[in-house]
Design a protein around this ligand. Structure first.
Ligand code: ZN
Length: 406
């Protein structure tokens, strides 16, 4: 871990002004336009995401850029990943694939590059209606064809595939009854699909089907808002699975798990249904302790004014973790500096006009931006994001912060 010590607040301020100038001189400021999406969608319907990535108020287009189409409630994953063409335009289809009816908040993001800022499009609130479930309808009806849910891309970086490779199931098909997801848990809409897909990918021929009632199911799945401290999921015999959707272990406030983590718990419990025992290898899916607890995106909005700072704490079980983050001053004019710091004490120091420390690795801080995002690695559990508004901030400027463990 690298901490960079600022010598004096005066030096810091001078440095900040310089960097504002430098950045305004050298950067491309991007904007993503995402064309409107229908406000009502049905399961299995195709929806087209299209738009354009431009820079400096349309003076440039950005080619060959990766555009991520996301749902706010499961923002760790792309529902679709697209690339811009020679005109900076992108387009692709997604087959609506959700586990329950609910609302999705869909938007496009661009991660930025050297000298090119990241960008996030306007988001569209879309209500999705789940098809009434036919008995034994295939859980994976939405899985094939281009433009469907990008399963491979979502899990690629998580290095889980090897954990499934040697897990052989005895039975070839399972009917599963899934209790409807609570209305507040639409972010977990792909958990059942993702977890069964993990097993199916590792076991050619194995298929999970959705059962219309508990009576014609091999096993049933139930969602739990929060278990006690000991469990995150539970399998009762080979008939019944309960999976946790979140807990209150972080700052005493209930936080949803990331869809990735809920899918991991679900896959582990399905393992028990398939007859798997616990494994002593911590890298195995069937290890008895769920090591990779991870919370869903944290999204907060603050009302700040000039020369005011805000500390945003982190939610993690790891001593040291990596984060993706995005800070946006919603009026598009109020500039800020943002730093990952190792504890709330750094805010106190700043408040007293003392020098403070921050993680100085690239990606861990940004100075003089109205929108900024990136990835910061090696941040301690007690740490957080320190946002300092600059001199030109409007009274009551709103700043939106999104933060999630990588
Ligand atoms: Zn277990």
């Amino acid at each position: 871990m690298k901490l960079f010590l600022l010598l004096l607040p005066i030096l810091f301020f001078a440095g900040m002004m310089l960097s504002v100038e430098a950045q305004y001189g050298e950067s491309y400021y991007t904007k993503i336009k995402l064309n409107p999406i229908k406000s009502k969608l049905k399961q299995d319907e195709y929806v087209t995401f299209s738009g354009q990535l431009t820079a400096n108020n349309g003076a440039y287009v950005i080619q060959q850029a990766t555009i991520h189409i996301k749902n706010q409630y499961s923002a760790n994953f792309d529902i679709l990943t697209l690339t811009t063409d020679a005109n900076g335009k992108f387009s692709g289809k997604w087959k609506v694939n959700v586990a329950s009816s609910g609302t999705l908040n869909l938007y496009a993001t661009y991660d930025g590059d050297d000298g090119i800022t990241s960008a996030k499009s306007k988001s569209y609130s879309v209500s999705v209606t789940k098809k009434s479930t036919n008995q034994n309808s295939n859980l994976n009806s939405g899985s094939s064809g281009s433009g469907s849910y990008d399963y491979q891309n979502s899990y690629q970086n998580k290095q889980y595939s090897n954990q499934y490779a040697n897990q052989q199931a005895s039975q070839k098909s399972y009917n599963v009854y899934i209790d409807p997801l609570p209305s507040w848990a639409t972010y977990a809409g792909n958990v059942m699909y993702d977890s069964t897909k993990m097993w199916e990918s590792a076991n050619p021929g194995l298929k999970f089907y959705k059962a219309s009632s508990v009576n014609n199911a091999d096993f049933a799945v139930k969602w739990v808002k929060e278990f006690g401290a000991e469990y995150v999921g539970y399998a009762y015999g080979q008939q019944f699975v309960e999976v946790g959707l979140g807990d209150s272990n972080c700052n005493g406030k209930w936080q949803p798990y990331s869809p990735y983590y809920s899918a991991f718990i679900m896959a582990h419990e399905i393992g028990h249904i398939l007859g798997k025992e616990h494994d002593n290898d911590p890298n195995s899916l069937m290890y008895s302790i769920a090591l990779n607890r991870e919370y869903a995106i944290e999204e907060q909005e603050f009302t700040l004014t000039k020369n005011y700072a805000q500390f945003v704490p982190l939610c993690t079980i790891k001593e040291v973790a990596s984060y993706d983050y995005y800070v946006d001053s919603t009026d598009g004019k109020s500039g800020f500096d943002v730093y990952f710091v190792s504890s709330p004490n750094e805010l106190s120091k700043w408040g007293k006009g003392e020098s403070f420390s921050y993680y100085s690795t690239s990606g861990c801080f940004g100075e003089g931006y109205v929108r900024y995002g990136g990835t910061c690695s090696g941040v301690s559990k007690q740490g957080g994001l320190l946002i300092i508004m600059d001199q030109n901030t409007a009274p009551l400027a709103k700043v939106k912060v999104q933060l999630w463990e990588k």
